[in-house]
Design a protein around this ligand. Structure first.
Ligand code: IPM
Ligand code: MG
Length: 361
């Protein structure tokens, strides 16, 4: 049975990095005898321009049939003046919700080859390897009511609703405990239970779930402290579990600890492990089309796709080994290069990973 992969290149640098990630998947498929079939569709700004909607019906139907989806990035200044409900980002939120991708995995790994790229002192980040588990289809991103209203006396009011029910908390918590079991058996749940009722429930339910996982050492931390601890002593964390909004913020912080957001992949999974894989970085419109983007986050997202949705761990390991190999060989795109003169293009980086997969495997 062929496995169907839907490519959603999206906006900005999305198409450039997805192209390289697809080449890497094709190389891995040939080495590991995988039968992959690719489709491509529009999401985000490009979908608004071509089809008038950030998550068009054609994309929705292909996404529902796919075994996995590989996304580049969405958004850009061109669409910034659109009303909230019509922006490219709504396409991304739409597909996450439509496919019920409630479990977002954002690993932050510091490659030893890039230790100097971190904004923290090398000894604080050397060996850093943490996993943020972010709830992705609930919380304030999706809560109703939401909107901006003008009252009778002409005063505008904006509002959103942060809401989780216990089933949503329980299902993401269970997965976080299971990921902790495969790692160092420590889980830190992040909330704002000193102020927000919704996160008081979060803390209560996570504690209830912990009774099923006595082997895991659970701690709780308020989000403001967690933000501070991430830049003070990041290696105290292994797996961090949090809701949608806090996860959005903390995962960008964690990303920067590793030196380059251009290196970080993510996976968004549903209960059947079907998933959407995307680099953590955005569409970087300032460098779009110039061949300067780092394709490694997209390539490592493809590796997560092989591991989590296709259950092809050996192929995923080979992709990761190939990335390590090209970093060892000194190849750097602009974002991780010591000087612009040393930087290679998106395609040269992709070529090197493709070659390494074929020769290492
Ligand atoms: C992310 C992004 C998205 C989010 C935006 C683009 C909607 O920041 O994936 O972290 O806020 O979830
Ligand atoms: Mg974000």
């Amino acid at each position: 049975m062929p496995r169907r992969i839907l490519l959603l290149p999206g906006d900005g640098i999305g198409p450039e990095v997805v192209e390289q990630a697809q080449r890497v998947l094709i190389a891995a498929a040939s080495v590991f005898n995988l039968d992959l079939v690719f489709d491509s569709a529009d999401l985000g700004g490009v979908a608004i321009d071509k089809q008038g909607h950030p998550y068009p019906e054609t994309t929705r139907s292909l996404a529902r049939q796919a075994d996995a989806v590989l996304l580049g990035a969405v958004g850009g200044p061109k669409w910034d003046s659109l009303p909230a409900a019509e922006r490219p980002e709504r396409g991304l939120l739409g597909i996450r919700s439509d496919l019920d991708l409630f479990c977002n995995l954002r690993p932050a790994i510091l490659y030893p080859q890039l230790a100097e790229a971190s904004s923290l002192k090398p000894d604080l980040v050397a060996g850093l390897n943490l996993l943020i588990v972010r709830e992705l289809t609930g919380g304030i991103y999706f809560g109703e009511p939401r909107g901006v209203e003008t009252s009778a006396d002409g005063v505008r009011k904006g509002f959103n609703t942060d809401v989780y029910d216990e089933t949503e908390i329980r299902r993401i918590a269970k997965l976080a405990f299971q990921f902790a079991q495969k790692r160092s058996a420590r889980l830190c749940s992040v909330d704002k239970a000193n102020v927000l009722e919704v996160t008081m429930l979060w803390r209560e339910v996570v504690s209830e779930v912990s009774e099923e996982y006595p082997d895991i050492e659970l701690s709780h931390m308020y989000v403001d402290n967690a933000a501070m601890q991430l830049v003070r002593e990041p290696k105290q964390f292994d797996v961090m579990l949090t809701g949608n909004l806090f996860g959005d913020i903390l995962s960008d912080t964690a990303a920067m600890l590793t030196g380059s957001i251009g290196m970080l992949p993510s996976a968004s999974l549903n209960a059947e492990s079907r998933g959407l894989y995307e680099p953590v970085h955005g569409s970087a419109p300032d460098i779009a089309g110039e061949g300067k983007a780092n394709p490694l986050a997209a390539i490592l997202s493809a590796s997560m796709l092989l591991r989590y949705s296709l259950d092809e761990g050996a192929a995923a390991d080979a992709v990761e080994a190939a990335v390590e190999h090209v970093l060892d060989s000194g190849l750097r795109t602009l974002d991780i290069a010591n000087s612009p003169a040393d930087a290679v293009s998106t395609k040269v980086m992709g070529d090197a990973v493709v070659t390494a997969i074929s020769s290492l495997s």
